[in-house]
Design a binder for this molecule. Sequence first.
Ligand code: ZN
Length: 241
Amino acid sequence: MLHYVLCTMRVNRRLICAACLAITTPLFVFSQEQTLKVINKPAQHKHLVRADSMQKMVALDKFVPGIIIELQYATAKNFTGVQLYPPAKTTFVRLPVARALAAVQQQLATMGLGLKVWDAYRPHSTTKEMWDLIKDERYVANPAKGSGHNRGIAVDVTLIDLRSGEELDMGTPFDHFTEAAHHNYKGLTAAQQEARTLLKNVMEQNGFRALATEWWHYSWPDGAKYEVLDLSFNQLARLAN
Ligand SMILES: [Zn+2]
């Protein structure tokens, strides 16, 4: 008890020692969960878009001509083994992200290449479902924090050859959680390395940020400006029109 009182005093003074961390950490996680704002009604989203048009969620197939969308979580053929999304022909991202992806697609077309999207927007309730299945922050986002996918600012992409429609060999498939998926992995062939570097360069030139541990994941900066959403694909399709 004495330790707890001292600990509380130290926390109030913002002096957290290692011994206190064991007590304070669960409290911190709890408060983070309490304060995460989740937009789960179309009217709330409309209100935000009226105040700032950059918040709009747009359908990627309409915004980025020729982009290939194959949502891996709309089938059971993903690392969870569970179909997490309803069958969907398109997916959604915030307006500035869609604009940047359109620029990426244009730039790639000059090289005979294009984008394939494996995942983009993910409802917050799906992140919770994934967490219940896996419960490991190395592989799935902790729903208490909300992810870039929940905010409509993250995409999982690869490159395709426009003529054949085939994916370029990137060295690993999507959601391959070993060091071979890291950007600094040294065991790739020259062609695999070149393909990964090309994707990274074009995405970064258009404002995206790479993730060190997943070559396919890119996010838009200033994620905190965009609220976590828990709207269904159907609700977003209606809002995007
Ligand atoms: Zn991702």
